[in-house]
Write a new protein. Structure first.
Length: 206
């Protein structure tokens, strides 16, 4: 079977990559501040979603450093305002029956603060890769919700106390992993972590 290539498109002046599996299921992906779609967590998330038969939309927003000097809630709104016109447009193009939202770090903000709080017209699931748990409003928005959440104990946003409050979520907590869910000095262990994480994520999504 040929590997599906992304078609580069643009909507509302924001570029995005569209992988068309001719599916009735769609996955929206939101990258981190410096963590792009070529990096392991998002590359393999894309591959997994295509394997599971989803159309995939990678939103390719970029912001300048000054825009990150705002309050966290304003930053979250900025990312959502960049991504959401694309989400709404894609959902209007096909009669999709299911959606998955995957975010990494900065890209988890529109999911926790907006998509998880809204009533969706179709069944939706959420994947939070290294979410910003140190932000109070993120924690408030996660309480009582349900998502697949992956974080390492060496991540500056990790908090055992906060994770203990999130028992409604599917948690993948990785010992000694950093904000990229890697062990900085151990390549092989980082690969094993990646395999374990995607095995768990695949089981969650099936």
């Amino acid at each position: 079977m040929m590997k599906i290539k992304a078609v580069k498109k643009q909507h509302n002046d924001i570029p995005y990559n569209y992988f068309d599996k001719e599916s009735d299921k769609v996955c929206f992906m939101f990258s981190g501040k410096g963590y792009t779609y070529e990096k392991p967590l998002l590359y393999y998330s894309t591959e997994l979603m295509l394997e599971l038969g989803y159309d995939v939309v990678q939103v390719c927003y970029t912001f300048d450093s000054k825009q990150f000097e705002q309050e966290p809630k304003a930053i979250s709104e900025m990312v959502y305002n960049a991504a959401n016109p694309i989400v709404e447009y894609i959902l209007s193009t096909k009669p999709y029956t299911e959606a998955v939202y995957i975010g990494k770090s900065l890209g988890t903000l529109p999911i926790t603060d907006f998509y998880m709080q809204q009533s969706s017209s179709i069944p939706s699931r959420y994947v939070l890769l290294t979410p910003l748990l140190s932000l109070d409003h993120v924690m408030e928005n996660l309480l009582g919700k349900q998502a697949f959440l992956a974080i390492g104990t060496a991540d500056p946003h990790y908090s055992k106390e906060r994770l203990d409050q999130l028992s409604s979520h599917e948690l993948a907590i990785v010992e000694n992993a950093d904000h990229s869910l890697e062990i900085a000095t151990n390549t092989v262990t980082s690969i094993i972590i990646c395999q374990s994480l995607f095995t768990a994520l695949k089981a969650y999504l099936q």
